[in-house]
Design a binder for this molecule. Structure first.
Ligand SMILES: [Cu+2]
Length: 186
């Protein structure tokens, strides 16, 4: 094979690789965006359907109905804390968990993007409509922590602040399977 033919073959191979990268970029970028933002892709919805929550019906059905929010004790003895982020508050706006025990925090948004942080701890959990984000909290000592929103979400953003009360595990309520606990005053 002549040097010219080999050169042409290499050029074709380079073009093919380049084309593949461009296609990956075009397909991959929107898909990656949907992971964190509100971009609504039918493909992502189909793939992640089992984890999707509809912000319109959040309060009416599914795990984020009002009387299921707050801290719950699961059958295996672990705890789950469910919260909703919305302009400009977290619901419930005061939550209580036991100290030194893993608590699975599950969060969704009723409107735009928000981010829940805990002052004094290296913790940030994003909230986006249609998806549920989850992180495990284990706070060793009792205390009260402000939980401000760390994602600018509009004019009321600075007032968006929840309160976390961590109580010694032995003082935490003995929760029945249907009990939910929070410290929000109506
Ligand atoms: Cu905010």
């Amino acid at each position: 094979m002549s040097g010219e033919a080999i050169g042409a073959r290499r050029a074709r191979a380079r073009t093919a690789v380049l084309q593949m990268l461009i296609v990956l970029l075009i397909v991959g970028t929107p898909l990656a965006m949907t992971r964190f933002y509100e971009f609504d892709s039918p493909l992502w919805r189909a793939l992640m359907g089992h984890r999707r929550v509809d912000p319109e019906t959040l309060h009416l059905q599914g795990e984020f109905v009002e009387n299921n929010l707050g801290t719950a004790r699961e059958a295996d003895g672990s705890y789950t804390l469910r919260m909703i982020a919305q302009q400009y508050m977290f619901v419930p706006h005061c939550v209580r968990i036991p100290a030194g025990v893993p608590v699975h925090l599950r969060l969704t948004s009723a409107d735009g993007a928000h981010a829940l942080t805990i002052v004094g701890l290296d913790f940030l959990l994003k909230a986006a409509p249609t998806s549920v984000t989850q992180a495990t909290l284990r706070i060793a000592h009792a205390g009260v922590f402000p939980m401000p929103c760390a994602e600018f979400c509009g004019p009321g953003h600075l007032a968006m602040n929840a309160r976390l009360e961590v109580v010694p595990a032995e003082r935490f309520q003995n929760l029945q399977p249907t009990d939910r606990v929070n410290c929000a005053v109506p």
